[in-house]
Design a protein around this ligand. Structure first.
Ligand SMILES: C[S@@+](CC[C@H](N)C(=O)[O-])C[C@H]1O[C@@H](n2cnc3c(N)ncnc32)[C@H](O)[C@@H]1O
Length: 440
């Protein structure tokens, strides 16, 4: 029997899951190798199967453990991922039972699992027949689709909001766009989207933002090639405003790739003396170059470890520095559901230490009278409020600047220090900002 589209999609979902969960590849990388083969609804369905499995993984694995006598090993391992895809469809999607079973069993051929087709068929049918779906793992973390350590950390740090944060982290993220008003107004852009039957709305927080209820292939949206808009979550759109950019300033974006905030800085203040964008990852720096080119901006790009200032800094100080630090990314789990499985508890301490080093070094090259904006897409206080607390203890001269009140209205955390946006607040990603002033 030749493979049909439905089988191919299931086989690809299993392949992508295998790359993420067994090989440690990010969902962006793994999906990036398969999504281009599809369009429209098929593309969305492939992504939904993968993201859905990642969001419910501990439950799917609990069911599978009860159904499979012994784990599949070696080259057959990928068929376990195909089974997860099968169980996900049966438990959480609107696909009919018949289609879910037959397309998943058929997909086994494409994954060189022909000899196990009968087993896959039997497992999926037992799942239906015995109502396995009604039993859930005991652990609350597993029920919430989270690893224990993230679940516990959220509960410990946000005892009153833990359920809400976890729920928001399991939801599908909306597609936020930032429109460049130099090219088109948000209302005109919205009208063009409506003509294409793309549902979208304006934001009450950001004048330049448009929020689409579903994601789509943005390269087909109006004005993509002309640089009318960028994809940028609402929380990330705050950075350029908080920086309070003035003409003729020298600005440094020291962890810049893929360049979302660099581009916003340049759009917000086109009369800067210079904007320097650094990233330590050469491949990601190419993305900055491409993004800036499409959006018709220019910056000085440098590939370097920003904290090694002797290796790249010529001596001239900066009026503004954006330090969008490498972090746990626990604020953006709704957008990247793989993060919860790829990040480990042991990653946090090294991240906290590189963030501290970056802060120390960037402070050295900030002009007296200048401002440094520290940002992460984390919800862990170690990387955020506690990080800043430690910094100001070492640098008592650093002044914390209060966030503008319309933005603070969205500050839903109980941290005294900085702006901690929790996932889902104002439809945004989880994010942290603190603005530091260096007295003249
Ligand atoms: C959170 S992302 C930045 C996102 C970016 N600001 C944007 O809005 O598009 C963090 C970036 O820091 C870079 N990075 C990590 N360690 C670095 C270092 N020591 N120096 C410079 N860049 C670093 C990573 O390669 C990654 O691209």
């Amino acid at each position: 029997m030749s493979a049909n589209l439905g089988q191919q999609l299931r086989a690809d979902a299993a392949w992508v899951l295998y790359q993420i969960l067994e090989k440690g590849m990010s969902s962006k990388q793994a999906l990036g190798q398969r999504l281009p083969d599809y369009e429209g609804r098929d593309r969305a369905w492939l992504q939904e199967m993968v993201f859905g499995c990642l969001r419910t993984l501990p439950i799917l694995q609990f069911w599978l453990r009860g159904l499979l006598d012994k784990p599949l090993k070696g080259r057959k391992k990928i068929l376990e991922h195909l089974l997860l895809v099968g169980l996900y469809q049966l438990a959480y999607s609107r696909v009919s039972e018949h289609a879910a079973v037959s397309e998943t069993v058929g997909a086994a051929d494409l994954l060189k699992g022909t000899t196990l087709k009968a087993l896959i068929n039997a497992i999926l049918r037992t799942f239906i027949r015995e109502n396995v779906q009604e039993t859930l793992p005991e652990s609350p973390a597993a029920q919430a689709g989270m690893p224990n350590w993230i679940f516990k950390s959220i509960q410990a740090n946000y005892p009153e909001r833990a359920t809400e944060i976890i729920q928001a982290s399991n939801e599908k993220a909306p597609l936020w766009l930032r429109i460049n008003p130099a090219y088109i107004s948000t209302t005109d852009f919205l009208a063009q989207l409506e003509n294409m039957q793309i549902e979208a709305q304006l934001s009450d927080i950001h004048p330049d933002a448009v929020i689409c209820s579903r994601s789509g292939d943005v390269t087909r949206f109006p004005g993509y090639d002309e640089g009318w808009f960028s994809v940028q979550d609402g929380a990330a759109q705050l950075a350029a405003h908080l920086l309070d950019l003035q003409p003729h300033q020298r600005v440094l974006d020291c962890c810049a790739a893929p360049g979302g905030k660099t581009a916003h800085i340049l759009a917000t203040q086109p009369d800067l003396a210079e904007c320097v964008a650094i990233d330590s990852d050469p491949h990601r720096l190419v993305r900055v170059e491409e993004n800036l080119e499409r959006l018709q901006h220019t910056a000085t790009l440098i590939c370097a470890e920003a904290q090694r200032i002797d290796e790249w800094h010529g001596g001239e100080l900066f009026d503004r520095i954006l330090l969008d630090a490498p972090c746990s990314a626990t604020g953006v789990i709704r957008r990247h559901p793989d993060i919860r499985w790829l990040r480990q508890a042991s990653d946090i301490a090294p991240l906290v230490s590189i963030q501290a080093e970056l802060l120390q070094q960037m402070w050295q090259i900030l002009k007296p009278g200048g401002k440094l904006l520290y940002a992460t897409c984390s919800i862990f206080p170690e990387e955020n409020a506690q990080q800043i607390q430690a910094f100001v203890e070492q640098h008592p001269e650093a002044e914390l600047i209060e966030m503008p009140s319309q933005i603070m209205a969205n500050n839903t955390s109980n941290n005294a220090m900085g702006l901690q946006i929790l996932p889902g607040t104002g439809n945004m990603d989880g994010f942290y900002y603190e603005l530091l002033h260096k007295p003249a």
